[in-house]
Design a protein around this ligand. Sequence first.
Ligand code: IPM
Ligand code: MG
Length: 357
Amino acid sequence: MQKTICLLPGDGIGPEIVAEAVKVLKATGDKFGHVFNFTEALIGGIAIDKCGEPLPQATIDQCKAADAVFLGAVGGPKWDHLDNAHRPEKGLLGIRKALGLFANLRPAKLFPELAGACLLRADIAARGLDLIVVRELTGDVYFGEPRGIETRDGKRVGFNTMIYDEEEIRRIAKLAFETARKRRNKVCSVEKSNVLDVSRLWKDVVLEVHKDYQDVELTHLYVDNAAMQLVRDPAQFDVILTGNIFGDILSDEASVITGSLGMLPSASLGATAPGLFEPIHGSAPDIAGQKKANPLATILSAAMMLRLAFDMGKEADAIEDAVRKTLQQGYRTGDIMEPGKTLVNTEEMGAKVIENL
Ligand code: IPM
Ligand code: MG
């Protein structure tokens, strides 16, 4: 098969980790007889520096022309002084919107090889953690209008609008139930319907959609309780269905308790291709350019891309197996280093994965 992938390396460690994933993709293509063509475009801070805006139109066009989009990370202290409308993050939000990527799939899994890095008490960790956050990605307080900062009665006020229409809720709910059917058949819908009207609608619509998925167990949690349950007993979760802002927060929480933020991939999907694939961690400006970054989340995002965008299940399995084998052999980047293991840099980690392919 022949596929075109638009690379958006972005800022900070983005270019280093994307480079390793590209090597792994090329090796996978060679092994299985596929040709991956790569194009590259600017997003985030580097796009601001070179073009004066975080998401140039040329980037959108190039992404739309590709079969999948593969992103590193955006942002950094260099651009922190910019107002929200012009920050690197606006590029990421913009490309999600431009490609209609309403569903963000963020699996969080405890790798047995990395159990020592898990932040949970051993008896809780022993019950396992293998969940996926299905986060709505193009609505909510992230995009709701009106928004802004203005002066009212001599006082500055800042405001955003938390808003969902029923169609937005319905399509992400369906995707969560479909996802659960391929896993352990459980969906927990997370909202704040004891306080927020938008969450009342969320819950009503999720219950309506559930009528078509009676084989899937549905539960509901308020977001504060969900945040607490995630550390108290994460084994209870299979699919967590939630909105954009709650999903942003809970997916960071779910991933960090595995102890390996540098290990977790994500996929953002719309009704049509291309989807966008990226590690869930950020641009880590503090270690950028030092070859310290863990490329595994990015490499695992490449596996997710092969599976979900190109229907290449066995190719994805091969990459995931190679990552597991590399961990079993004891190779670790600094973020997941433990006594007795072998410390490697970004490129060495990528090379080990390719050796194990
Ligand atoms: C994420 C990030 C982004 C978000 C930022 C960088 C805009 O935190 O992908 O979770 O809030 O969605
Ligand atoms: Mg986030």
